[in-house]
Ligand binder design. Structure first.
Ligand code: NDP
Length: 317
């Protein structure tokens, strides 16, 4: 495994990290989930991602149970707060009350004394940024959180937060978690340049477009058995990537992967890791073999002519 520094911090995270959305505590059986996390750990992945809202706390329980047997120093654990955890008016968002309560609930479910990275899962227009940043600062001072992150905030929102933290000498955002894959490159325009300037890394989710960039979905063919697309609990999330245009591009990209004697998932992940501002490609995996295949992406170098060919395919409509 290779490790990259997270933003301006001294923390090092594995280039491939493992998440738990839609899988652990949900569609993936607990034993398989634990075996998948174990496989990731064995292969050098030291960075695990979850959120309070994933399967309403169930994902945190599984991730916490899987990691408990390893020394706390040996892994970096991230979780998040924002999305509703109940029906009450204060069961959501980034208010002092909700962030404080959810941080403690996450610590309990995960069974750890501290969270390495605590993400604001979305921007909350109803709470002043300083209220949220001060609450996380308090959690940092109490030793319950180490680093502050945000997820899917715009460049303007991140810049505003940096202004507030610099003004009040609060801990700065050091990591952002946006979507980034061959089909969704919006962060290249403003988010990556801002990250480079301010020492904020990107830890990017859905790097495989939820499985479409593994090549297993084919135009005109039946959906693969046991995949995210066939499970009624998850298929609505992947549907945005199952368009004819994206499936055609995946087929064309597959030919490049074949030429290089690698898999499409390895090509897609190596392409992401070409960006120095990306600290880690945050994959999902429903079984150990997927992790085994995907981590090999760290060995893949993409020469300029391959990058050009990829660009031609992605650029064509
Ligand atoms: P991916 O794009 O990596 O998709 C993962 C899914 O693709 C797997 O669950 C599996 O699905 C399939 N897959 C992965 N590898 C292979 C392989 N080698 N061969 C065949 N199929 C494969 O990422 P996700 O969309 O799952 O997101 C990753 C993580 O990012 C999440 O777990 C979560 O932690 C985080 N996330 C954060 C968000 C945010 O708002 N901050 C939003 C979304 C995700 P299957 O086998 O079921 O078909």
């Amino acid at each position: 495994m290779n490790y990259r520094k997270l933003g301006r911090t001294g923390l090092k995270v594995s280039e491939i990290s493992l998440g738990s959305w839609l899988t652990y505590g949900n569609t993936t059986e607990k034993q398989t989930a634990i075996q998948t996390i174990d496989k990731a750990y064995e292969l050098g992945i030291n960075f695990f991602d979850t959120a309070n809202v994933y399967a309403r706390g169930e994902a945190e329980l599984v991730v916490g149970e899987a990691l408990r047997k390893y020394s706390r120093e040996s892994y970096v654990l991230a979780t998040k707060v924002f999305w509703p955890m109940g029906d009450g008016p204060n069961d959501r968002g980034l208010s002092r009350k909700h962030v404080f309560e959810q941080a403690h609930a996450s610590l309990k479910r995960l069974g750890v004394d501290y969270i390495d990275i605590y993400y604001c899962h979305r921007f909350d227009p109803e709470t002043p940024i300083d209220e949220t940043l001060r609450t996380i600062e308090d959690l940092v001072r109490q030793g319950k959180v180490l680093y502050v992150g945000v997820s899917e905030w715009t460049a303007a929102q991140i810049a505003q937060a940096l202004h507030v933290s610099d003004r009040y000498l609060l801990d700065r955002i050091v990591v952002n978690q946006p979507v980034y894959n061959m089909f969704n490159r919006y962060i290249e325009k403003e988010i990556i340049p801002l990250g480079e300037k301010e020492g904020i890394s990107q830890v990017v989710f859905s790097p495989l477009a939820q499985g479409v960039l593994t090549g297993k979905y084919k135009r005109g063919a039946q959906l693969p058995e046991g995949s995210r697309a066939t499970d009624p609990k998850t298929n609505m999330h992947i549907s945005k990537y199952l368009t004819d245009d994206m499936l055609l591009k995946a087929e064309q990209l597959q030919l490049i992967a074949n030429e290089m004697d690698i898999t499409l998932s390895q090509l897609a992940l190596a392409w992401i890791l070409r960006q120095p501002n990306v600290a880690s490609a945050l994959i999902g995996a429903s079984r150990p073999s997927q992790v085994e295949e995907n981590v090999k992406a760290i060995e893949v170098q993409l020469p300029a002519e391959i990058l050009e060919k990829i660009e031609e395919i992605l650029g064509a409509n």
